[in-house]
Design a protein around this ligand. Structure first.
Ligand SMILES: [Fe+2]
Length: 404
C-alpha cells in the first residue's frame, strides 16, 4: 500500500505519466508484480488495479474500482480522495458531490481526517450549483480545521460563481495565513484571488498577484496544477486587452517541455495557450500534430479518445483566435461548447472557454457571430448576475455597429 500511495501521489498531479517517465513506469510495474506474488486483501488488490488503470489513462474505470472499495469500506480515505480528484479531471460534477454524500453518514467526527470530507463534499456541491449548502458545509469543515485549504477553496468558488468579489477578496485576505502553506493548493487559491481582480477590471492588481505568487509557485514547484493556472491567468488578462507578452516569454520556459505530454487534454490546451502567447508557433504546431497522432491510437486511454472530438477543435480554436481568425474560432468552439466540461477542471476554470467564445464572437466580422455574442452575454448575465465583467462585455457588444 506504500507503493500505491506514493505512485498515486505522483500520478494524481498529472505532471508525470508511465509513457513519459521510465522510473514511474517501472514503479507501477513493480507494484503490480508484487501484488501478484504477495498475500494481499481484496481491498489492496482493488487499489493496485485502480491505480494501474489510472496510469494507463483509463480514468473512468479506475473510479469504478475505487467506488467498489467504498461500497465495503466507506471510510477508505485513499479511495475517496483518488476518486474525488479523478472525477475533477473528468469533469464529472455530480460524482464529485455524490461519491462523498453516500459515505459521509458512515463517518464520525472521531475518525481521523473526518473534517476533510466536508471540504470535498462542499466542492461537489458548488460545482453542481448548490451554493448555499456548499457554503454551509465548507464552513463546517473550516470550523473543524481552519487549515483545510479545500474548504477555503470551496468558499472562493462560491464567491466567484456569485460574482461576490468583494466578499471573496476580503475572505482570502483575512484567511491567507491559514492556507498559504498548503503547497498543492495555495497557488490555485491565489489564482482565485487574482480572478476577482480581473472581474473588477483591476488588472494591475491581478498581475501583481500573478508575479508574486502564481508565477513564482509555478517555477518553484513545476507542477501541472500551478502551470495551468499561470497559463489561464495570462490568457484571461490577454483577452481583457492587457499586454502580457513578456510574461508569456518567461512562462514558456516551464511549459515547453510539456508540449507532447497528452496526459490531460485540459493541460494540453493550456500549454498551447502559453506557446502561442510566446509566439513559439513551431512547438504550438507540434502539440496539435502529436495530439492528432495519439488521438488515433487504439486502446483505453480516455484522454486520447477525447483528443479527436474535443482536444483538437479546442486547440484549433485557440490557434485561430491567436492568429486573428475570430470567425473560425467561433465556428470551431460553438458546436462543442456544452461538451467542454468533459476535459475536466472546475466551472470557474472552464469559464475561460466561455469567455474565449464570447471574445471571438465579438471580434468576428460576421453579423451572426456578433448576435451570438449578445445572446451568450445575456445567458451569462442570467446565470451569474451582477458580474462587472459581463457588464463590460455587454457594453462592448452593444457598441458593435453590425448588431441592431
Ligand atoms: Fe478552483
Amino acid at each position: 500500500m506504500g507503493q500505491v500511495i506514493i505512485n498515486g501521489a505522483e500520478l494524481i498531479g498529472t505532471g508525470k505519466s508511465v509513457w513519459l517517465d521510465k522510473d514511474l513506469d517501472a514503479a507501477i510495474k513493480r507494484m503490480v508484480r508484487l501484488s501478484k506474488t504477495q498475500e494481499i486483501t481484496e481491498r489492496e488488490r482493488l487499489h493496485v488495479e485502480a491505480l494501474d488503470l489510472f496510469a494507463k489513462g483509463s480514468l473512468p474505470k479506475a473510479c469504478s474500482l475505487w467506488e467498489e472499495i467504498l461500497l465495503y469500506q466507506p471510510t477508505d480515505l485513499l479511495a475517496l480522495k483518488m476518486s474525488h480528484d479523478t472525477y475533477y479531471y473528468l469533469g464529472h460534477q455530480q460524482q464529485l458531490r455524490d461519491s462523498i454524500a453516500r459515505v459521509l453518514p458512515c463517518w464520525t467526527p472521531q475518525i481521523p481526517l473526518y473534517g476533510y470530507l466536508k471540504g470535498m463534499y462542499s466542492f461537489g456541491l458548488v460545482e453542481t450549483n448548490f451554493y448555499d449548502l456548499a457554503l454551509k458545509v465548507a464552513k463546517e469543515g473550516l470550523a473543524l480545521n481552519p487549515g483545510d485549504a479545500w474548504s477555503t477553496h470551496t468558499l472562493a468558488h462560491v464567491y466567484e460563481m456569485r460574482a461576490d468579489v468583494d466578499t471573496g477578496l476580503k475572505y482570502l485576505k483575512q484567511t491567507e495565513n491559514n492556507w498559504m502553506g498548503s503547497d498543492m493548493l495555495s497557488c490555485h487559491i491565489y489564482w482565485h484571488w487574482a480572478l476577482y481582480y480581473i472581474e473588477k477590471g483591476e488588472y494591475e492588481a491581478a498581475l501583481t498577484l500573478y508575479d508574486a505568487h502564481i508565477s513564482r509557485s509555478c517555477f518553484e514547484s513545476g507542477t501541472m496544477l500551478d502551470i495551468v493556472d499561470a497559463c489561464s491567468m495570462l490568457f484571461r488578462l490577454q483577452m481583457e486587452g492587457i499586454n502580457v507578452d513578456d510574461h508569456w516569454k518567461k512562462l514558456v520556459r516551464v511549459t515547453k517541455s510539456h508540449a507532447k505530454d497528452h496526459i490531460l487534454i485540459y493541460n494540453d490546451v493550456h500549454t498551447l495557450m502559453s506557446l502561442l502567447g510566446a509566439k513559439d508557433t513551431d512547438t504550438a504546431n507540434q502539440i496539435i500534430t502529436s495530439l492528432q497522432e495519439v488521438s488515433q491510437t487504439p486502446g483505453e486511454n480516455y484522454q486520447y479518445q477525447l483528443g479527436r472530438d474535443l482536444g483538437l477543435p479546442i486547440c484549433r480554436a485557440i490557434t485561430e483566435f491567436a492568429n486573428g481568425n475570430y470567425s473560425c474560432a467561433v465556428d470551431l468552439l460553438n458546436p462543442i461548447r456544452y461538451q467542454i466540461q468533459n476535459i475536466g477542471g472546475s466551472n470557474a476554470q472552464r469559464d475561460l472557454f466561455n469567455l474565449l467564445l464570447i471574445h471571438a464572437a465579438l471580434k468576428s466580422d460576421s453579423t451572426a457571430h456578433q448576435k451570438l455574442a449578445r445572446c451568450l452575454l445575456l445567458e451569462r448575465e442570467a446565470f451569474k448576475p451582477n458580474s462587472p465583467m459581463t457588464e463590460r462585455l455587454i457594453r462592448k457588444a452593444t457598441a458593435l455597429h453590425n448588431v441592431d
